[in-house]
Structure formats: structure tokens, C-alpha cells
Design a protein around this ligand. Sequence first.
Ligand code: 6GU
Length: 251
Amino acid sequence: MRIHIFTLFPEMFQGPLDHSILGRAAAGGLLDLSLHNIRDHADGPHRSVDDYPYGGGPGMVMKPEPLFAAVESVLGSTSPGFPVVLLTPQGRQFTQAEAQRLATEPTVALICGHYQGVDERIRRHLATEELSIGDYVLTGGELAAMVVVDAVARLLPGVLGSAEAAAADSYATGLLQHPHYTRPAQFRGWSVPEILLSGNHEQIARWRREQSLRHTRERRPDLLQSAPLSEEERRLLNTPDQLTRDPSSTD
Ligand code: 6GU
């Protein structure tokens, strides 16, 4: 998969995307990230990329010409036929479902907004969609773009090793994860739940599923609406004391 990133701060991307799983994805040719500096396409003695808002008011607005020139120099001037995503707090919420959709595309372009905002003509005539990573305001779209790249890249076939991929399967349940424990069985008087030491895989699987259900009901009840649950599980959720507690939990 190819991801083009248009940004005023390409150097911001160097550290985070070079390491760990993403670094391996890039090295293995599964993910091809191209960074494009918008300022390289700005004219004038100052190569300015922003200007005062028409109508007045605080803050600066990203100018259309450098960004159109940057995107068109890479993608051509016709409609590219793949997502050109503007990262902005005004966008639709980026979710796992959005990550899955983008991961099916051979090419995606990400535009990092900055300053007070971007000229409306960028939003309307250059971007094909707008995404936000959550209800808070960042200083620019760069960190949001990195979040999108990470979430999309780990879904590409071959990016995760088999152990990671197997673990990821259980993340796709629409529920929060069950608790994890490793050695030692006793740590500062806090013990690992007995059942995990029992070797009874059927009971362990049931316990984990119940813990997922319980955690999700307590912390993210909104997820239960769309989670694929059995009749039995819906019944368990509605009779709270049916779900066993993790004895080590302080929830
Ligand atoms: Cl995509 N950009 C900015 N500047 N702030 C954000 C965001 C994006 N998503 C959440 N907050």
C-alpha cells in the first residue's frame, strides 16, 4: 500500500514511523510512505503557506495554491480515484471500521491541516473526505496522520507476525479485551486468577469472554449495541451477578 502524506513538517514523521512494526512493514515493501513538504510548492519570496482570514478574525489559514500544487505534482490534476483525506477536527470520526476501509485501498493521500484551518476550497475541491481522530484539538494534522497510518498499516496482510495477528483476531470482537497475566503467579501479594493456571482451556476461554463482557459493560457500554453477541451473552449481561469477577481486579 502507498500512502502519500502532505505536510508542513515532514521531519515530525521520522521517528514514530521508522520503528517496530511500521518500520518492518516499510522495510518489507508492504507499506510505502511518501512524505511531501507543502512548502516546497509555495511561491514568492517568503514561500508563505498561510495568510490572514478574509473577513478578519484571529489565526491564519492555509493557502490553497501550495497545497493544490503539492498534491497535483504527485497525483496529477485529474481526480485521482483514491481517497484524499484531509485531517481536521471537523472531520468524521476515525474508527476501526474506517481503518479497515482505508486498508483495502492501494493508495491513500493524507493532508495535514494546520493553523486555524485550511481554505474552504481545499476541503471542497481537493480532499475527497475529512477525518478526525477524536474530540479534542491538536495543533496540526500530523499526529492524527500518524495514528491513521499506524491503524491502517497493521491491518495490511503480512505486516503483523503470526503471533501478533492471532492476538489481533481477538481484538476484532467489538468488545474490550480480557485481562492478561504473565509470570510471576504471585506479585506483591496480588495473585493471578486461579482459572488461568488450571490448564482447562474451555473454562479459560469462557472466563476471558466473560471478563471482556464485564469490562465492556462497565467502561464502554456504547460498544455493546453493535458487538456481535449470542443470546446467552445478552442474557448474562442483563443479569449482572452472572458474570464472574476477576478477583485481582479493583474495578
Ligand atoms: Cl485530524 N487534526 C487536528 N488539528 N486536531 C484533531 C484532529 C485532527 N483530530 C482530533 N483532533
